[in-house]
Design a protein around this ligand. Sequence first.
Ligand code: ATR
Length: 283
Amino acid sequence: MAESSQKAFITGWPVTHSRSPLIHGHWLAQHRLDGSYEKQGVEVAGLADLFDAVRRGEWLGGNVTLPHKEAAFALVDEVHEPAKRLGAVNTVWHAGGRLHGTNTDGLGFLANLDERSAGWDAAPKHNRGALVLGAGGAARAIIVALQDRGFAPVFIANRTVEKAKQLAVEFGAPCKAISLEDSCEVAKNIAFMVNTTSVGMDGKSAPINLDAFPQDCLINDIIYSPLETPLLADARKRAMPVVDGLGMLLHQAVPGFEHWFGVRPSVTEDLRSLILCDLGATP
Ligand code: ATR
């Protein structure tokens, strides 16, 4: 049994379906560390108490998931980039008597693509631009990550165009808001497209028709259950390059584990297979 000071958590409301305990449990066992990673479901009113327990050293830190990422941003003592730009924190840790927070969603998104499609962001592709479907929390982290890698323009297409417009204003110059219908018009030159909407989780519907996209456009979905979404299946049929969303989940977990347990863990095929089995998919 781990000492109380060797514990990390995932909090949110609810946290029942989180795969994070499986990921961190795998790394703890792999590195033979006497630590633990536990679900701590709390409603937003309980978040400050949980964070105080981290400040007292009862926890090493933890992950914060929906719907608490914005509340966590307001409660930590030190906010690190890119959480500052996003206004949302998904990883907290205790250091020097203060509670630190960052956001690793964008890093996980980029590391997944770097690993599974090396060169996806090579310079000539920047100027062809990227298209982000959706304007929720995940889209925000991804838009900032794409900007950081030099993509311009970054089109943001959302069912509720007003939300896409708000993001374009907030994140500035390379971002352009469009409707989902108009996304087919900008598609012909796009080098990279990612789905951040929930469309496809049912395994039946795709968020966009790929007819207008160039054959070499990389198609990415951040949904990982099902792993092969209808969007990815369609892209694969057209022989377009595809990257699924599981790696984003795995890579976004790396910095937290390193902060808490002092070891930088690796995202391996073994870990991927473990999560795929849990999802009921064939590795
Ligand atoms: P997250 O924080 O995980 O990104 P979210 O904030 O709930 O999740 O965002 C979900 C995204 O999926 C939104 O962009 C939403 O579009 P709206 O802003 O118009 O609600 C998009 N979405 C959900 N269901 C959709 C549907 N049936 N068709 C198109 N977009 C959909």
